[in-house]
Design a protein around this ligand. Structure first.
Ligand SMILES: *[C@@H]1O[C@H](CO)[C@@H](O)[C@H](O)[C@H]1NC(C)=O
Ligand SMILES: *[C@@H]1O[C@H](CO)[C@@H](O)[C@H](O)[C@H]1NC(C)=O
Length: 434
């Protein structure tokens, strides 16, 4: 049963390419050449455009038209009995690894990222996962602040070069350092900054503060499928947008959220998610950067608190039920917590939420049927907990005769013991994906 829209994706570019080929070969006995006439350029533009939509199906995180070679259009799988090309319905997968609080321990972080396949034995991006997410609290309780944040930026760059993605989320401890709450900073760690100048400058107005402002967010939303948009596409999506159409279809809410503490049901800035939270985070960080002079940190000075001019909403972002500090999903009893989960998932356009912050020393905790995943296992030697990573494998495969089979497999990976299956969820999707 051919579908109008998807049929057009394959039929139109094939038509365009054959016309182009015809135009080209009739003017050149040598056949298609790299320097092409107007006819072919136009057709390539058309197939490139159609390739865009197809690219979203085949490679959910690739959005650049230029990366979509015309040949990809020709890789369709077959024709129906009238000889029309059927919709290309490739199987595709996404592999996501998320790691919680690292707290200044690069040795354990390297073991985990190697174990989970994010990096190779030289700690360079391996290319074997699509997305790596870190949920904050890289700083404090250990000495390796500088190395760890530099490593995150290296991985971000290496990942980008091969269409991988690194998503980094700020924890309460990153904000504490920017604010001047240094209660968990080791003296030995302070010494690691000395050759590079002032630690206070680094975390308030210098290189670290700039990295946090530019490349870290306070919340992240990761659609599992590119039709729902690239990472941090807002939910609800703007009315009339392509992502709104996909969200109205069977892929609706096929996304995960990542924050450091948790998304409290009563927290007022859940929508649009994640930009409402991230805009508040950006403005608070900017306010912190602009303090003149920067207050001396506590201890030994007294706690400087949030800067003058901080809005009520910014203060609440950093409050006990804000995304940086909330512990309800970990600490509330299961019945109470789980009665509120669906409400938060519905508002944030997600199926599951991932968070760190509240250590579960033995194992990653999956609560409420795996809708709540708590991944801080006290990784740093400061805690001596389990060396863990969360693995999410998403698969969408075509079913003969129409529809799709969608699968999410969520596992806890451990450096020192066996993996544990947390969620295996399969659903049948009928009809077009959007
Ligand atoms: C790891 O990446 C760095 C930076 O790109 C590079 O200089 C180094 O050669 C890489 N190491 C290996 C063994 O590939
Ligand atoms: C943010 O990441 C980009 C891409 O890897 C990098 O080029 C840039 O230098 C980073 N910005 C900061 C301030 O670290």
């Amino acid at each position: 049963m051919p579908r109008g829209t998807t049929l057009a994706f394959i039929a139109l570019p094939l038509l365009a390419l054959s016309l182009a080929y015809y135009a080209q070969s009739s003017s050149s006995p040598l056949g298609p050449a790299p320097h092409l006439g107007t006819g072919l350029q136009l057709s390539l533009a058309l197939s490139g455009f159609i390739g865009y939509a197809q690219a979203a199906v085949q490679a959910p995180f690739r959005f650049k038209l230029s990366e979509q070679p015309a040949e990809a259009v020709l890789e369709a799988d077959g024709c129906d009995e009238q000889g029309y090309a059927l919709a290309p319905r490739p199987r595709f997968t996404r592999k996501i690894i998320a790691v919680g609080d690292i707290h200044g321990d690069i040795g354990n972080a390297e073991r985990i990222l190697q174990m989970a396949g994010v990096v190779d034995e030289d700690n360079n991006w391996s290319g074997n996962v699509d997305v790596f997410v870190q949920t904050g609290d890289i700083i404090d309780r250990g000495d390796d602040t500088i190395e760890l944040f530099n490593w995150m930026e290296d991985l971000r760059e290496q990942a980008l070069a091969v269409n991988g993605i690194v998503l980094t989320v700020l924890g309460n401890h990153e904000y504490m350092n920017a604010i001047g709450d240094w209660r968990y900073v080791l003296d030995s760690e302070k010494k690691t900054f000395e050759p590079r100048g002032s630690r206070l400058e680094a975390v308030t107005t210098g290189w670290l503060a700039h990295a946090w402002a530019a490349n870290y967010t306070t919340a992240a939303r990761l659609p599992l499928h590119g039709l729902l948009g690239p990472p941090n596409t807002d939910y609800p999506p703007p009315k009339g947008s392509a992502f709104a159409r996909a969200n109205a279809g069977p892929l609706s809410h096929a996304a995960f959220s990542f924050v450091h503490g948790g998304l409290a049901p009563a927290y007022p800035n859940l929508q649009p998610f994640p930009s409402a939270i991230n805009n508040l985070g950006s403005s608070l960080l900017r306010r912190l950067m602009e303090r003149k002079p920067q207050p001396q940190p506590h201890p030994p000075s007294s706690y400087p608190g949030l800067p003058a001019g901080t809005t009520r909403e910014e203060a609440r972002l950093y409050g006990a039920d804000g995304p940086l500090w909330y512990r309800g999903w970990a600490d509330d009893d299961e019945k109470k917590a789980c009665s509120k989960v669906d409400e938060v998932l519905a508002k944030t356009g997600t199926r599951r939420m991932v968070m760190g912050h509240t250590p579960q020393f033995d194992a990653i905790a999956a609560r409420c049927d795996g809708k709540v995943l708590i991944i801080d296992t006290g990784i740093s030697h400061a805690y001596g907990g389990a060396l863990s990573a969360l693995s999410i494998e998403y698969t969408l495969e075509p079913v003969n005769g129409g529809g799709w089979k969608e699968q999410e497999v969520v596992k806890a990976l451990y450096a020192d013991y066996d993996d544990e299956l947390l969620v295996s969820s399969t659903r049948d999707l009928d009809g077009d994906l959007w």
